[in-house]
Design a protein around this ligand. Structure first.
Ligand SMILES: *Cc1c(COP(=O)(O)O)cnc(C)c1O
Length: 199
């Protein structure tokens, strides 16, 4: 299980401290803020993960500077990332963001639509579909916390049955990572519990 230290709204010196302690993977939500940090830390061996909402006019920056994008929920965005990924770099690792709450206001593709999107993305040569991500509505009850993560695990298995051999479940944050781990998380995205409250 891999820890993504979510460094959005955290200063570069805190990221340096985490790097010195052995942390390599960092998560960012805002393209411009992330680029400033990536530039400041370019001499460090860091793996950058984009986990925020994706605007079409930012895909070129994401394709050039990140190793992973966890928040893909539309085919046109995936196509842009594919077309804009520099060919000097390895394929961009992708997770589909799934709306497990069913609320129309929440971002992410529905479980039903995820199959078609996954099949379309596996054919894009400069992307590598790695797995699924979700951000559930916050809640404090452990069993309730497990439910959306169990749904993600079910979808993961159903994609495997269709021959889409993904290996990543990106799920769990400060408030609920234990529930996510209980449901098979392979990556947890933790900010506050690593760095303290955001600025
Ligand atoms: C901010 C954020 C996190 C980390 O949240 P914490 O509660 O601080 O651990 C994880 N994933 C996503 C997508 C986020 O936006």
């Amino acid at each position: 299980m891999k820890l993504i230290a979510v460094s959005k709204k955290q200063p570069v010196d805190k990221i340096r401290t985490a790097i010195a302690a052995g942390q390599r993977a960092f998560g960012e939500n805002y393209a411009q803020e992330a680029l400033d940090k990536i530039a400041a830390l370019k001499d460090e061996d860091v793996e950058w993960h984009f986990i925020g909402p994706i605007q079409s006019n930012k895909t070129r920056l994401l394709a050039a500077h990140f190793a992973w994008v966890h928040s893909v929920c539309r085919l046109d965005i995936a196509q842009r990332l594919n077309d804009q990924r520099p060919s000097s770099l390895a394929p961009l690792n992708i997770c589909l963001q799934i709306n497990t709450s069913g609320e129309a206001s929440k971002s992410g593709v529905s479980v039903d639509e995820a199959h078609d999107l996954a099949h379309a993305i596996v054919s894009l040569p400069h992307l590598k579909l790695r797995g699924l991500m979700t951000i559930p509505a916050p809640c404090d009850d452990f069993d309730e916390q497990r439910r959306p993560y169990h749904q993600l695990q079910d979808l993961f298995l159903s994609l495997h049955q269709q021959g889409i051999l993904i290996d990543t479940l990106s799920m769990g944050m400060t408030n609920d990572f234990e529930a996510a781990i209980a449901e098979g998380a392979t990556m947890i995205r933790v900010g506050t519990a690593v760095f303290g409250e955001r600025e």
